[in-house]
Design a protein around this ligand. Structure first.
Ligand code: GLN
Length: 570
């Protein structure tokens, strides 16, 4: 946390009477870092994160340093306790931060590892303020939404600007303009633009153009009202991006331009796209990148040569989308599998690998609730490979075990992720090692053979209390194994973790003697991190979440391995 005196001194006026409370990090230079602020109107779920990350990518390609931040309205401190079936998957960063799935979009689009500095919630902002209040940091003043809460928001952005040394900080405000919980973020942005001075902030309003089927034409009224609400908050948008199912026509764009004082060249149409990876090209085509550079007066900072190279690499990737000559079907075995956002990173990782291999990967969502050893062949008859993803709790566990057993016995390519890894161990222990009562204590706390268990001893060594093991960890890979080959003959790899249970070291020897290989382990503790079965076309699982680090131009090898194996039988 920043030192109080440092902060107050830098405002230029630390007297109790002053209304100019706007702490700056030490050494902060106004004008060095610019800000692009993306807000939503009309409705949420418009893809603010996608828009912001695609624009960020175009800027990064031009040699500019970009840093994204998501400002989330809810009061939770992080996303760790959120239900993925309500909010989308919980994305885990290398430093262990559990955050919104949009951070995954940024990491993939920008090819950057992000940290807790790139994610803020109202809960974190209020927590920091209340801590400062108790600490006496406000010099006897009453603590108010303005200037203290908004000051804290600006401090976060400026701290990120300094730490990342960014040319542009991309600020995404969660929810929509007009939500009570986001109002102080919008106010903070208005203040930021004023304090930073002209040409420092570029405001982007994402809006939605309705096209009711009964009318058969696009209507702009809802968008106009949404933008008006933004302007009532004292923010004049610089760019309006109109989301719609089909391209937004000229007339609608003109209307929006007239109502919002935004030149038509900056009222752009952003129709739905088959793949988000095609959106950077859409933004380039309407000249969005140069509009932003002009607005922020940073045309002189760009490196067009670098951009040519980066763009060529990107187009090599996007040109292959939709032109795949092969097709394969991967079954994702879960519970409530109908909610796709909860598996966003897995879907992305499959797409990355498929594009790299020239193969369209179709996903079959398989709900395990009713799967048993008897009917499993019926459920898996149309898939070429399966993924058993991460999960918590009892529901569907036996169905997952039945699927893993079937894949093992029938040479169906299998990738187990976290809970899927644990269930593979249970399956092997029961059916090959003869430990009939094997289970995870998460599912059956008093089971006879707790092959998957919570190990407080081990947790203490790692200094993590009894909590989740979170974030990036190194993995030591056993030479001459399938994992070793997948990771390019490397003996180390790094993946991200989010789990509480693990293989009980007391069973490792029994399981390995029976033929399963633990090919990846934690370097200093007996924590099993990758398993595999020799003599099977592809039977591999990991305690980590490889999907979190798959990137469009660098698909994760564990996914590429699965798709390649599945292609052999498609
Ligand atoms: N529930 C399991 C655990 O806590 C697996 C977690 C997961 O799949 N992310 O260890």
């Amino acid at each position: 946390m920043t030192d109080k005196n440092e902060l107050l001194a830098s405002t230029g006026d630390s007297s109790v009477e002053s209304e100019y409370f706007s702490p700056l990090p030490k050494g902060y230079q106004k004008g060095k870092t610019k800000y692009v602020v993306v807000m939503g109107t009309v409705m949420s779920g418009l893809g603010k994160g996608i828009f912001s990350s695609c624009l960020g990518k175009l800027m990064q390609d031009k040699g500019l340093k970009v840093a994204p931040i998501k400002l989330e309205g809810y009061l939770n401190i992080d996303s760790g306790t959120l239900n993925p079936f309500r909010h989308g998957e919980v994305f885990v960063l290398d430093d262990g931060m559990e955050c919104d799935m949009d951070l995954g979009t940024y990491e993939r689009m920008l090819g950057q590892n992000l940290s807790k500095n790139n994610f803020a919630t109202s809960g974190q902002i209020y927590r920091d303020i209340l801590e400062k209040e108790r600490h006496g940091d406000y010099l006897g003043r009453d603590v108010q939404m303005i200037p203290h809460v908004t000051g804290e928001v600006k401090l976060r952005l400026r701290t990120l600007a300094m730490k990342s040394n960014a040319d542009i900080v991309f600020v995404e405000i969660g929810g929509t303009v007009g939500d009570l919980e986001n109002a102080f973020y919008i106010e903070a942005m208005r203040e930021l633009a004023y304090e930073e001075g002209p040409n420092s902030c570029c405001f982007v309003a994402l809006t939605y153009i309705l096209e009711p089927r009964t009318l058969g034409e696009q209507k702009s009224k809802a968008a106009q009202l949404g933008i008006k609400q933004l302007m009532q908050s004292g923010i004049q948008p610089d760019i309006i991006a109109c989301r719609a199912t089909s391209p937004v026509n000229e007339k609608v764009r003109q209307k929006i331009s007239v109502y919002s004082n935004v030149p038509i060249s900056r009222v752009v149409s952003l129709a739905d796209s088959a793949s988000i990876y095609q959106i950077p090209a859409m933004l380039r085509e309407c000249g969005m990148d140069f509009e932003v550079l002009k607005l922020l007066h940073i045309e002189d900072r760009i490196d067009l040569r670098k951009e040519r190279g980066e763009w060529a690499k990107w187009c090599d990737f996007t040109d292959r989308i939709g032109k795949e000559k092969r097709e394969t079907t991967i079954g994702i075995i879960g519970k409530y599998t109908s909610v796709r956002d909860s598996y966003a990173s897995i879907i992305n990782a499959l797409e990355h690998s498929g594009i790299a291999l020239g193969c369209k990967v179709k996903i079959a969502w398989i709900d395990t609730s009713d799967i048993t050893d008897k009917n499993v062949s019926e459920y898996l008859k149309d898939v070429n490979g399966i993924i058993v993803p991460g999960g918590f709790g009892v529901r569907g566990a036996e169905g997952k075990i039945a699927c893993i057993k079937y894949a093992r016995l029938n040479n169906i390519p299998f990738l187990g992720i976290c809970f899927g890894f644990q269930m593979a161990v249970v399956e092997y222990a029961r059916n090959i090692c003869g430990l009939k009562k094997a289970n995870s204590t998460e599912i059956e706390p008093n089971c006879g053979e707790p092959v998957i268990n919570i190990l407080p001893e081990q947790k203490r060594i790692e200094g993590l209390g009894g909590n989740m093991r979170l974030g990036g960890q190194d993995i030591q890979i056993k030479p001459d194994t399938a994992a070793f080959k997948l990771f390019g003959n490397n003996t180390t790899a790094r993946m991200r973790f989010r789990h509480r249970y693990e293989v009980d070291p007391g069973y490792i020897e029994t399981i390995e003697k029976a033929g399963l290989i633990f090919s990846g382990k934690a370097p200093n503790y007996p924590i099993m991190q990758i398993l595999e079965l020799p003599e099977h076309p592809y039977f591999i699982a990991t305690q980590a979440h490889p999907c979190l680090t798959s990137r469009p131009l660098h698909p994760h090898p564990m996914f590429t391995g699965l798709v390649a194996a599945a292609m052999k039988s498609s």
